[in-house]
Structure formats: C-alpha cells, structure tokens
Design a binder for this molecule. Structure first.
Ligand code: UD1
Length: 421
C-alpha cells in the first residue's frame, strides 16, 4: 500500500483538456463477465487503477488467463480452476462480490467471502443473495463465506429488488444470462454502467432488454461466446474534473466523455453559475464569472445526483455565495470529509443525513487525509482552490479510482505533485 502523499499549492485556475478514462464501475463487472464463457472477452478503454488490479488478481486465482496491453484486456476463462473468492481479496474491494453470479451460473457453485465492514457504513449483500436464491441457487452463510450451489443450473424468475442496488442488479443480470427461461429484474438500477454491461453481454450472445430502465428482462441462453467491448466513459471522473474547473475558476474541456452521462450534475453546476456545453469530443466546463452560487443537493440512484460525487460537490459548495444543504440518501456515514474540509476553513455542520454548508470566501491549505476514494478527491479539489499548501495523505485511495490524477491536473496548470512518504 503506497504511503505516498499528494502536495498541492492552490489558487491556480485550471485551463486545458483532460481525457476521461473508462469507468472503473463499468470495467469491474465487465471483467467479471468473462467468467460466463470459455471463450475470450476483449475489453478496451480499461482504466489503469488499483481496483482493476484487484479484480485481475481475483480472476487470476479463479483460473482466468489475462493478457493486457495498455488499456486493452484479453480475459480468457477457458477453465475455471477455483470457485473460491477469498477474504483477503474481497475485503480489499467490495466489488469482488461481482464474481458470485457468474461463477454460480457457469459452474453451479461458488464460495465468496462476505465483504464485511466498509468505511462508508454497513453495506449488506442480502439483495445479491436473495436474488440468486430466487434463481434457484442454494445458499448458506457460514464461516464468513457465501456458499452458493446450483448443480442443476439456475432457473429464470421474476425478482423484485427491495432497494435499488447497482452491483446486485449486475450480479443477477449476469447470472440470469445462463439461467433456463426468462428472468425479470424489477426495481433494477439504471446506471450507464448497467447499460454498458448489458451491451457487452448481448455482444457475447445474451438476450437482455430493458437495461437503463427499472425492469430488465433476460432470456436465458445455453452459452455465451467471445466478444470485444469498449468500456463506457467514467461519469464520476467526468463530474470530478468538471468540479475542478468550477472550484478553481477555470475552464476545461473533458474529452472521450459526454455531458449526457452527468446530466443531473451538469444541472447543479449550471445552477451554481457555471456553463457546460457539449463539444465534438466531450464537454466544456467554464467556471462562473460571479461567485459560485449555493445549490441544495440530494443524492439519489441514477439518474439522480450520484453519491460518488457528493464529497466533491461539497468542496465546491464550501466556497459558494450563500449556503447549500447536501443530503446523502444512499449511504450512512458518508460525511467523513466534513471535518477535513472544516480544517481547511470550510463552515459545515452535519445533522443526520444532511450537511449544511455555509459558503466561505476562501479555503486555506492544510495537511489532511480521508478514509475513502471520493472523500480523498474532494480534498484534492479543496486543495486546488485553497490558499497555500495542502498535503493529502493516503494517496492509495485516489489510486483506486483516478487514473493519472496528478498528470491530468498538472497538464492544466495545477501545482500538484506526488511525494514519497
Ligand atoms: C455501487 C458503486 C459505488 C456507488 C454505489 C451507489 C460499483 C462497483 N460501485 O456500489 O461506487 O457508490 O453503487 O451508487 O459499481 N444495499 C443493501 N443490500 C444489498 C446491496 C445494497 O441493503 O444487498 C444497500 C446499500 O447498503 C446502499 C444501497 O443499497 O445503501 C445502494 O448500494 P449499491 O447500489 O448496492 O452499491 P454498490 O453496488 O455496492
């Protein structure tokens, strides 16, 4: 685990172009999808991130042959030699649960560690488990592991999910591709990453309709085959850099992405006074010429405001004119960035699931740290706008989800560097 730090000298408006990478949260389920077939799955536009490395290690120990060349991954699950996903790999990355559905569907069995605690609150996996049970899998929870068995294969069913869950929708959609008969996932998540996964599975021979709506229908097929797929752009990275332009008073063009992926966030930033417009390659974001205006925000499942951008928008709102009420409805305990922002001069109070942000004129640099990925990047945004020097500790969180962060920001004028601990 890297103990490196990021050092930022703030106050420079960002100008230039940033290439947005493929989405981490699309690439992870797409990689797991390779387990559904004994033929090769080729993915392009895969971001270089430590979470992708974690998924590579996990798949490798299931017997998947993986060849990579830059952003191109060839994944070949010719023979699955091991159906156990061990604790020390799953613990590092909750998205490891995504191998559960494909393993059971393809081999009739899987043993996947329960993910356990997480710094952003309790995140159970009951929806994954109950959904697989409805598809006919027999599941026991013992010794910290999910033991799933379906020796006769899975059978399609109507599954109504009690809560909207992104990875549960993905897990069940993947499992259902090889089930006998038809499955309907009702109250499904609608994220662009779900659509991307469905497109790839369909290219592999699956029969999925309705991805991107709240009801997904999957007609099971005998087997899947090889395919090539380009990972959709990362909308969280897109939103983060859009906010970097706004908070520093700059102007950025974000390429290889689309304003449609961040419609809700674009609306919020426009209300705050910024301008966003589609360009041929992506979108252009210009900071307001007047002070940033306070806007109220509530996180919601897609197409609502993404919880993965809540910390970042709080950094922006901390220097607004007026105030902003930010309400987190997806995860409990996702305000760990608040005390760190306050140490940089922000004025924020938390009442249950809402944070009241009273805008201040400017932030001041400080040594800070965060306990998760999005909270860490929120401190980078704050540091870019702050007066003086900011040191962000625990850079390994950033490396989980932001490819070449310092290079991308540095090329646009930011004074940012990685320093050894
Ligand atoms: C995914 C994203 C993550 C994002 C989150 C919400 C990936 C790899 N990760 O995580 O970055 O923050 O969506 O947009 O795509 N829940 C249950 N039982 C379950 C599953 C979920 O109660 O079995 C609850 C969770 O605790 C949470 C809510 O449902 O309160 C939504 O979580 P979910 O959509 O499942 O998040 P992830 O898929 O883990």
């Amino acid at each position: 685990m890297s103990l490196a730090k990021i050092r930022i000298v703030g106050g420079v408006p960002l100008h230039g172009q940033i290439r947005i990478s493929g989405a981490k949260n699309a690439a992870l389920p797409l990689m797991a999808a390779c387990l559904l077939t004994d033929q090769k799955l080729t993915l392009t536009n895969v971001p270089k991130l430590s979470d992708i490395q974690s998924m590579t290690l996990l798949l490798d120990q299931h017997g998947v042959q993986i060849d990579t060349e830059q952003d191109r991954f060839e994944l070949w699950a010719k023979d699955i030699t091991n159906t156990v996903a061990p604790y020390d790999l799953v613990r590092k990355m909750r998205a490891s649960i995504l191998v559960l559905g494909p393993l059971v569907a393809r081999t009739g069995q899987a043993k996947v560690s329960l993910p356990g605690g997480c710094s952003i609150g309790t995140r159970p996996v009951d929806i994954h488990i109950n959904g697989l049970r409805q598809l006919g899998a027999h599941i026991d929870l013992t010794e910290g592991y999910i033991h799933a068995q379906a020796p006769q294969g899975l059978t399609g069913a109507d599954i109504t999910m009690p809560l909207i869950s992104v990875t549960a929708t993905e897990n069940l959609m993947m499992a259902a591709t090889l089930a006998r008969g038809k499955t309907r996932l009702i109250n499904a998540a609608r994220e662009p990453e779900i659509i991307d996964l469905a497109n790839c599975l369909n290219a592999m021979g699956a029969q999925i309709t309705g991805a991107g709506t709240d009801t997904i229908t999957i007609q099971g097929v005998e087997g899947l085959h090889s395919a090539q797929h380009c990972v959709v752009a990362d909308r969280i990275e897109t939103g983060t850099y859009a906010m970097a332009a706004v908070i520093t008073g700059g102007e950025l063009e974000l390429t290889h992405t689309s304003v449609d992926l961040i419609a809700q966030v674009a609306g919020t930033l426009k209300q705050a006074g910024a301008s966003l417009e589609a360009t041929e390659q992506g979108l252009r974001v210009r900071a307001p010429t007047i002070p940033i205006q306070g806007v109220d925000i509530m996180t919601e499942p897609y197409p609502g405001f993404a919880t993965d951008l809540q910390a970042q928008i709080m950094a922006v709102m901390s220097v607004c004119q007026g105030a902003s009420m930010i309400t987190e409805t997806i995860f409990e305990n996702r305000f760990m960035h608040v005390p760190e922002l306050c140490r940089m001069g922000a004025h924020i109070t938390v009442h249950n699931a809402s944070a009241l942000v009273r805008g201040v004129k400017s932030l001041s640099g400080a040594e800070v740290m965060a306990t998760d990925l999005r909270a860490s990047v929120c401190l980078v945004l704050a540091g870019l706008a702050a007066q003086g020097e900011t040191i962000v500790n625990r850079v390994y969180h950033l490396d989980r989800g932001y490819e070449n962060l310092e290079q991308k920001l540095g090329a646009c004028g930011a004074m940012i560097e990685r320093i050894a601990a």
